[in-house]
Design a protein around this ligand. Structure first.
Ligand SMILES: O=C(O)CCC(=O)C(=O)O
Length: 388
Protein backbone atom coordinates (compact mmCIF):
# COMPACT_ATOMS: atom_id res chain seq x y z
CA UNK A 1 0.00 0.00 0.00
CA UNK A 2 1.51 3.32 -0.88
CA UNK A 3 1.11 6.61 0.89
CA UNK A 4 -0.26 9.29 -1.40
CA UNK A 5 1.75 12.28 -0.36
CA UNK A 6 -0.31 14.89 1.42
CA UNK A 7 0.07 18.62 0.95
CA UNK A 8 -0.14 18.81 4.76
CA UNK A 9 3.25 17.13 5.16
CA UNK A 10 6.60 18.40 3.92
CA UNK A 11 8.65 16.34 1.44
CA UNK A 12 11.22 15.02 3.94
CA UNK A 13 8.65 13.83 6.47
CA UNK A 14 6.55 12.42 3.66
CA UNK A 15 9.54 10.29 2.58
CA UNK A 16 10.04 9.03 6.13
CA UNK A 17 6.34 8.21 6.42
CA UNK A 18 6.41 6.28 3.11
CA UNK A 19 9.40 4.31 4.35
CA UNK A 20 7.70 3.55 7.68
CA UNK A 21 4.52 2.41 5.91
CA UNK A 22 6.49 0.15 3.52
CA UNK A 23 8.77 -1.33 6.15
CA UNK A 24 5.84 -2.20 8.39
CA UNK A 25 3.59 -3.28 5.51
CA UNK A 26 0.77 -1.06 6.75
CA UNK A 27 -2.55 -1.34 4.92
CA UNK A 28 -5.19 1.09 3.69
CA UNK A 29 -7.02 1.23 7.04
CA UNK A 30 -4.05 2.77 8.88
CA UNK A 31 -3.34 5.15 6.02
CA UNK A 32 -6.99 6.25 5.97
CA UNK A 33 -6.92 6.95 9.72
CA UNK A 34 -3.58 8.74 9.46
CA UNK A 35 -4.89 10.99 6.67
CA UNK A 36 -7.91 11.79 8.82
CA UNK A 37 -5.55 12.64 11.71
CA UNK A 38 -3.63 15.04 9.47
CA UNK A 39 -6.81 16.79 8.33
CA UNK A 40 -8.26 17.01 11.83
CA UNK A 41 -5.02 18.42 13.25
CA UNK A 42 -5.45 21.30 10.80
CA UNK A 43 -9.24 21.81 10.99
CA UNK A 44 -9.37 21.16 14.79
CA UNK A 45 -12.96 19.98 14.23
CA UNK A 46 -13.12 17.50 17.09
CA UNK A 47 -16.77 18.06 17.84
CA UNK A 48 -18.61 17.40 14.59
CA UNK A 49 -21.02 14.47 14.30
CA UNK A 50 -19.06 13.11 11.30
CA UNK A 51 -15.71 13.22 13.06
CA UNK A 52 -17.22 11.66 16.15
CA UNK A 53 -18.65 8.73 14.16
CA UNK A 54 -15.32 8.07 12.45
CA UNK A 55 -13.18 8.41 15.53
CA UNK A 56 -15.39 6.22 17.74
CA UNK A 57 -15.39 3.54 15.04
CA UNK A 58 -11.60 3.74 14.51
CA UNK A 59 -10.86 3.95 18.24
CA UNK A 60 -12.81 0.78 18.99
CA UNK A 61 -11.70 -1.17 15.93
CA UNK A 62 -7.92 -0.69 15.88
CA UNK A 63 -5.60 -3.15 17.56
CA UNK A 64 -2.97 -2.11 20.09
CA UNK A 65 -0.32 -2.72 17.43
CA UNK A 66 -2.12 -0.39 14.98
CA UNK A 67 -2.39 2.23 17.74
CA UNK A 68 1.40 2.00 18.22
CA UNK A 69 2.00 2.34 14.45
CA UNK A 70 -0.20 5.44 14.30
CA UNK A 71 1.68 6.93 17.25
CA UNK A 72 5.02 6.20 15.57
CA UNK A 73 3.73 8.02 12.49
CA UNK A 74 2.73 10.99 14.65
CA UNK A 75 6.30 10.98 16.04
CA UNK A 76 7.66 11.23 12.49
CA UNK A 77 5.37 14.18 11.91
CA UNK A 78 5.94 15.93 15.26
CA UNK A 79 9.19 14.54 16.66
CA UNK A 80 10.03 14.98 20.30
CA UNK A 81 12.31 17.93 20.94
CA UNK A 82 14.16 19.12 24.03
CA UNK A 83 11.85 21.44 25.95
CA UNK A 84 13.14 24.39 27.98
CA UNK A 85 10.77 25.70 30.59
CA UNK A 86 11.28 28.25 33.38
CA UNK A 87 9.89 25.68 35.87
CA UNK A 88 12.22 22.83 36.85
CA UNK A 89 12.10 22.49 40.62
CA UNK A 90 9.33 19.97 41.17
CA UNK A 91 10.82 17.00 39.29
CA UNK A 92 14.57 17.09 40.04
CA UNK A 93 15.87 14.62 37.43
CA UNK A 94 18.84 14.48 35.10
CA UNK A 95 18.61 12.99 31.62
CA UNK A 96 19.66 9.48 32.68
CA UNK A 97 16.99 9.47 35.42
CA UNK A 98 14.44 10.64 32.85
CA UNK A 99 15.49 7.72 30.64
CA UNK A 100 15.05 5.32 33.60
CA UNK A 101 11.48 6.53 34.13
CA UNK A 102 10.77 6.25 30.39
CA UNK A 103 11.95 2.63 30.44
CA UNK A 104 9.70 1.89 33.43
CA UNK A 105 6.74 3.39 31.58
CA UNK A 106 7.55 1.40 28.46
CA UNK A 107 8.06 -1.94 30.24
CA UNK A 108 5.93 -1.92 33.41
CA UNK A 109 3.61 0.93 32.44
CA UNK A 110 4.23 3.19 35.46
CA UNK A 111 6.73 4.93 37.70
CA UNK A 112 6.13 6.09 41.29
CA UNK A 113 7.82 9.06 42.97
CA UNK A 114 7.19 8.61 46.71
CA UNK A 115 6.50 11.84 48.66
CA UNK A 116 7.83 13.98 45.81
CA UNK A 117 5.95 17.21 46.55
CA UNK A 118 6.82 19.13 49.69
CA UNK A 119 4.21 19.83 52.39
CA UNK A 120 4.28 23.48 51.31
CA UNK A 121 3.46 22.67 47.66
CA UNK A 122 0.70 20.25 48.77
CA UNK A 123 -0.79 22.95 51.06
CA UNK A 124 -0.83 25.48 48.20
CA UNK A 125 -2.54 22.96 45.94
CA UNK A 126 -5.14 21.98 48.54
CA UNK A 127 -5.88 25.64 49.39
CA UNK A 128 -6.33 26.46 45.71
CA UNK A 129 -8.58 23.44 45.17
CA UNK A 130 -10.79 24.44 48.11
CA UNK A 131 -12.07 27.43 46.15
CA UNK A 132 -12.99 25.37 43.07
CA UNK A 133 -16.49 24.15 42.17
CA UNK A 134 -17.13 20.40 42.20
CA UNK A 135 -20.06 18.17 41.21
CA UNK A 136 -20.99 14.51 41.49
CA UNK A 137 -22.29 12.45 38.57
CA UNK A 138 -25.57 11.93 40.47
CA UNK A 139 -26.76 15.51 40.51
CA UNK A 140 -26.45 18.79 38.64
CA UNK A 141 -25.83 20.66 41.89
CA UNK A 142 -22.52 22.53 42.08
CA UNK A 143 -20.58 22.25 45.35
CA UNK A 144 -18.06 24.88 46.36
CA UNK A 145 -15.50 24.83 49.13
CA UNK A 146 -15.11 21.08 49.67
CA UNK A 147 -12.52 20.26 52.30
CA UNK A 148 -11.52 17.11 54.16
CA UNK A 149 -14.04 18.06 56.87
CA UNK A 150 -17.01 18.55 54.55
CA UNK A 151 -16.41 16.05 51.73
CA UNK A 152 -18.33 13.27 53.55
CA UNK A 153 -21.58 15.13 52.80
CA UNK A 154 -21.43 14.78 49.00
CA UNK A 155 -24.16 12.79 47.23
CA UNK A 156 -22.12 10.02 45.59
CA UNK A 157 -18.71 8.43 45.93
CA UNK A 158 -16.77 10.97 43.87
CA UNK A 159 -16.87 14.77 43.54
CA UNK A 160 -15.24 15.98 40.31
CA UNK A 161 -13.84 19.43 39.64
CA UNK A 162 -16.40 20.99 37.32
CA UNK A 163 -14.08 23.24 35.36
CA UNK A 164 -10.54 22.06 34.64
CA UNK A 165 -9.49 25.64 33.88
CA UNK A 166 -10.08 26.45 37.57
CA UNK A 167 -7.57 23.75 38.50
CA UNK A 168 -5.06 24.93 35.92
CA UNK A 169 -5.44 28.50 37.20
CA UNK A 170 -3.75 27.45 40.48
CA UNK A 171 -0.15 28.66 40.25
CA UNK A 172 1.35 25.44 41.70
CA UNK A 173 -0.57 23.35 39.14
CA UNK A 174 1.06 25.35 36.34
CA UNK A 175 4.49 24.88 37.93
CA UNK A 176 3.92 21.12 37.88
CA UNK A 177 2.17 20.83 34.51
CA UNK A 178 4.87 22.83 32.72
CA UNK A 179 7.87 21.52 34.66
CA UNK A 180 10.77 21.12 32.24
CA UNK A 181 11.75 17.63 33.42
CA UNK A 182 8.18 16.37 33.49
CA UNK A 183 7.55 17.66 29.96
CA UNK A 184 10.77 16.09 28.67
CA UNK A 185 10.02 12.82 30.42
CA UNK A 186 6.48 12.64 29.08
CA UNK A 187 7.70 13.69 25.62
CA UNK A 188 10.30 10.94 25.57
CA UNK A 189 7.63 8.35 26.41
CA UNK A 190 5.17 9.72 23.82
CA UNK A 191 7.91 10.06 21.21
CA UNK A 192 6.63 13.50 20.32
CA UNK A 193 6.07 16.87 21.91
CA UNK A 194 3.42 16.37 24.64
CA UNK A 195 0.05 18.13 24.51
CA UNK A 196 -1.47 19.02 27.89
CA UNK A 197 -5.01 17.69 27.68
CA UNK A 198 -6.32 17.43 31.26
CA UNK A 199 -5.89 19.08 34.65
CA UNK A 200 -8.52 17.20 36.61
CA UNK A 201 -9.13 16.74 40.31
CA UNK A 202 -11.50 14.70 42.42
CA UNK A 203 -12.43 13.76 45.96
CA UNK A 204 -13.39 10.13 46.63
CA UNK A 205 -15.40 9.00 49.65
CA UNK A 206 -17.17 5.83 50.80
CA UNK A 207 -20.64 5.49 49.27
CA UNK A 208 -22.58 3.08 47.08
CA UNK A 209 -20.59 0.20 45.58
CA UNK A 210 -23.30 -0.44 42.98
CA UNK A 211 -21.63 -1.51 39.73
CA UNK A 212 -22.87 1.51 37.73
CA UNK A 213 -21.53 3.85 40.43
CA UNK A 214 -18.11 2.15 40.39
CA UNK A 215 -18.08 2.17 36.60
CA UNK A 216 -18.81 5.87 36.10
CA UNK A 217 -16.25 6.81 38.75
CA UNK A 218 -13.38 4.74 37.30
CA UNK A 219 -13.48 2.19 40.15
CA UNK A 220 -13.60 -0.93 37.96
CA UNK A 221 -10.57 -2.06 35.95
CA UNK A 222 -10.45 -0.37 32.54
CA UNK A 223 -8.14 0.97 29.86
CA UNK A 224 -8.35 4.65 28.94
CA UNK A 225 -8.87 5.24 25.23
CA UNK A 226 -9.35 8.98 24.98
CA UNK A 227 -6.25 9.61 22.86
CA UNK A 228 -3.87 7.57 20.70
CA UNK A 229 -0.94 7.58 23.09
CA UNK A 230 -1.14 9.36 26.41
CA UNK A 231 0.17 9.38 29.93
CA UNK A 232 -1.45 10.39 33.20
CA UNK A 233 0.21 11.95 36.23
CA UNK A 234 -1.68 11.16 39.47
CA UNK A 235 -0.79 13.27 42.50
CA UNK A 236 -2.01 12.22 45.95
CA UNK A 237 -3.05 15.25 47.99
CA UNK A 238 -4.07 13.21 51.03
CA UNK A 239 -2.17 10.29 52.57
CA UNK A 240 -3.52 7.15 50.87
CA UNK A 241 -3.72 3.85 52.75
CA UNK A 242 -5.49 0.56 51.98
CA UNK A 243 -8.83 1.97 53.13
CA UNK A 244 -9.15 5.35 51.46
CA UNK A 245 -9.06 4.39 47.80
CA UNK A 246 -5.54 3.55 46.65
CA UNK A 247 -5.04 3.54 42.90
CA UNK A 248 -4.36 0.12 41.34
CA UNK A 249 -2.45 -0.74 38.18
CA UNK A 250 -1.92 -4.07 36.46
CA UNK A 251 1.72 -3.92 35.49
CA UNK A 252 2.79 -4.96 32.02
CA UNK A 253 -0.73 -4.77 30.51
CA UNK A 254 -0.52 -1.71 28.27
CA UNK A 255 0.50 -3.70 25.20
CA UNK A 256 -1.25 -7.03 25.91
CA UNK A 257 -4.56 -6.24 27.64
CA UNK A 258 -6.59 -5.96 24.45
CA UNK A 259 -5.39 -9.23 22.88
CA UNK A 260 -5.49 -11.24 26.13
CA UNK A 261 -9.02 -10.17 27.05
CA UNK A 262 -10.47 -11.91 24.01
CA UNK A 263 -12.38 -11.12 20.83
CA UNK A 264 -15.52 -9.74 22.45
CA UNK A 265 -13.54 -7.31 24.58
CA UNK A 266 -13.39 -3.62 23.59
CA UNK A 267 -10.89 -1.30 25.31
CA UNK A 268 -13.85 0.77 26.56
CA UNK A 269 -15.18 -2.19 28.65
CA UNK A 270 -14.91 -2.55 32.42
CA UNK A 271 -13.28 -5.78 33.65
CA UNK A 272 -14.01 -7.66 36.90
CA UNK A 273 -11.24 -8.05 39.50
CA UNK A 274 -11.35 -11.86 39.39
CA UNK A 275 -11.00 -11.90 35.59
CA UNK A 276 -8.01 -9.53 35.82
CA UNK A 277 -6.40 -11.72 38.49
CA UNK A 278 -7.04 -14.89 36.49
CA UNK A 279 -5.67 -13.57 33.18
CA UNK A 280 -2.81 -11.33 34.32
CA UNK A 281 -1.89 -12.89 37.68
CA UNK A 282 -2.75 -11.49 41.09
CA UNK A 283 0.91 -10.55 41.69
CA UNK A 284 0.77 -8.08 38.80
CA UNK A 285 -2.07 -6.09 40.38
CA UNK A 286 -0.22 -3.34 42.22
CA UNK A 287 -1.84 -1.18 44.88
CA UNK A 288 -0.31 2.26 45.30
CA UNK A 289 -0.62 3.43 48.88
CA UNK A 290 1.50 6.48 49.63
CA UNK A 291 2.00 9.73 51.48
CA UNK A 292 0.46 12.97 50.30
CA UNK A 293 2.73 14.48 47.64
CA UNK A 294 3.42 11.06 46.07
CA UNK A 295 3.20 11.04 42.28
CA UNK A 296 2.36 8.13 39.96
CA UNK A 297 3.15 8.50 36.26
CA UNK A 298 1.18 5.93 34.33
CA UNK A 299 0.39 4.69 30.84
CA UNK A 300 -3.33 4.26 31.47
CA UNK A 301 -3.79 2.26 28.28
CA UNK A 302 -2.77 -0.45 30.77
CA UNK A 303 -5.53 -1.76 33.10
CA UNK A 304 -6.09 0.40 36.17
CA UNK A 305 -8.76 1.67 38.56
CA UNK A 306 -9.32 3.54 41.80
CA UNK A 307 -10.39 1.23 44.62
CA UNK A 308 -13.63 2.25 46.36
CA UNK A 309 -13.04 4.16 49.57
CA UNK A 310 -13.91 2.21 52.73
CA UNK A 311 -13.32 5.01 55.24
CA UNK A 312 -12.13 8.61 55.20
CA UNK A 313 -11.45 10.29 51.81
CA UNK A 314 -8.88 10.71 49.06
CA UNK A 315 -8.02 13.89 47.12
CA UNK A 316 -6.29 13.37 43.79
CA UNK A 317 -4.96 15.77 41.18
CA UNK A 318 -4.54 14.37 37.70
CA UNK A 319 -2.68 15.79 34.71
CA UNK A 320 -2.78 14.16 31.30
CA UNK A 321 -0.60 14.57 28.21
CA UNK A 322 -1.17 13.06 24.78
CA UNK A 323 0.55 12.88 21.39
CA UNK A 324 -2.44 13.97 19.29
CA UNK A 325 -5.91 15.34 19.96
CA UNK A 326 -7.40 13.14 17.23
CA UNK A 327 -9.70 11.03 19.46
CA UNK A 328 -10.34 14.03 21.68
CA UNK A 329 -13.79 14.94 22.93
CA UNK A 330 -12.62 16.27 26.25
CA UNK A 331 -12.23 19.65 27.81
CA UNK A 332 -10.61 22.64 26.02
CA UNK A 333 -8.51 25.20 27.92
CA UNK A 334 -8.42 28.96 27.49
CA UNK A 335 -5.37 31.18 27.88
CA UNK A 336 -6.74 33.05 30.89
CA UNK A 337 -4.99 33.02 34.29
CA UNK A 338 -1.72 31.66 32.95
CA UNK A 339 1.51 32.76 34.61
CA UNK A 340 3.62 35.07 32.35
CA UNK A 341 6.31 32.34 32.09
CA UNK A 342 3.67 29.91 30.82
CA UNK A 343 2.49 32.40 28.22
CA UNK A 344 6.09 32.60 26.98
CA UNK A 345 6.33 28.81 26.82
CA UNK A 346 3.19 28.83 24.68
CA UNK A 347 5.01 31.05 22.17
CA UNK A 348 8.09 28.81 21.92
CA UNK A 349 6.26 25.45 22.16
CA UNK A 350 2.78 25.92 20.70
CA UNK A 351 2.12 22.18 20.30
CA UNK A 352 2.07 21.69 24.09
CA UNK A 353 -0.83 24.16 24.05
CA UNK A 354 -2.78 22.61 21.15
CA UNK A 355 -5.73 22.07 23.49
CA UNK A 356 -5.82 25.78 24.35
CA UNK A 357 -8.02 28.09 22.35
CA UNK A 358 -9.28 31.64 22.45
CA UNK A 359 -12.75 30.28 21.81
CA UNK A 360 -12.90 28.13 24.90
CA UNK A 361 -16.38 29.17 26.04
CA UNK A 362 -17.79 28.50 22.58
CA UNK A 363 -16.08 25.11 22.29
CA UNK A 364 -17.03 23.88 25.73
CA UNK A 365 -20.62 24.98 25.07
CA UNK A 366 -20.48 23.13 21.72
CA UNK A 367 -19.26 20.03 23.52
CA UNK A 368 -22.06 20.33 26.07
CA UNK A 369 -24.65 20.67 23.27
CA UNK A 370 -23.04 17.85 21.31
CA UNK A 371 -23.42 15.40 24.18
CA UNK A 372 -26.91 16.63 25.02
CA UNK A 373 -28.02 16.33 21.41
CA UNK A 374 -27.27 12.64 21.33
CA UNK A 375 -30.28 10.62 20.26
CA UNK A 376 -32.39 8.79 22.81
CA UNK A 377 -30.89 5.48 21.57
CA UNK A 378 -27.33 6.75 22.11
CA UNK A 379 -28.18 7.87 25.64
CA UNK A 380 -29.74 4.47 26.43
CA UNK A 381 -26.67 2.70 24.95
CA UNK A 382 -24.36 4.79 27.17
CA UNK A 383 -26.45 3.96 30.24
CA UNK A 384 -26.32 0.24 29.42
CA UNK A 385 -22.56 0.49 28.81
CA UNK A 386 -22.06 1.82 32.34
CA UNK A 387 -23.50 -1.48 33.65
CA UNK A 388 -21.29 -3.69 31.45
O1 LIG B 1 -9.26 7.30 40.87
C1 LIG B 1 -8.38 6.52 40.45
O2 LIG B 1 -7.43 6.15 41.11
C2 LIG B 1 -8.53 5.98 39.04
C3 LIG B 1 -8.48 7.03 38.00
C4 LIG B 1 -8.70 6.49 36.62
O3 LIG B 1 -9.05 5.38 36.43
C5 LIG B 1 -8.45 7.34 35.47
O4 LIG B 1 -8.07 8.50 35.62
O5 LIG B 1 -8.62 6.84 34.34
Amino acid sequence: MSWKKSSLVNARKSESLSRYIDENKLGSKIIEIFEDILETEVSKDYLTIDHNKRKVHFNMSISTEERIHLSNMISILNPKKEIHSPFYEIFPMNSSEIEGVRINLETKGFHVFDSLLSAEVCDHLVNGIESVTFHTKKSTKKIKGISKDTVGKINGNTAWATNQQDILSIEEVQKIAFDENLLNLVGSFLGSEPILCQTNCWWSVANSTHRSNLSTNAQLFHQDTEYLKFVKVFIYLTDVNDNNGPHQYVQGTSKIAQSKLGEDYKPSNRVEDNKVAEIFGVDNILTFTGKRGSVIIEDTFGLHKGTPVVEDSRLLLQLEYCNSLYFHSGYSFGFENLEPEVEKLAETNPRIFSNFTNQVALLNEKKFQFFNNRTFTQKVKDKIKSYL
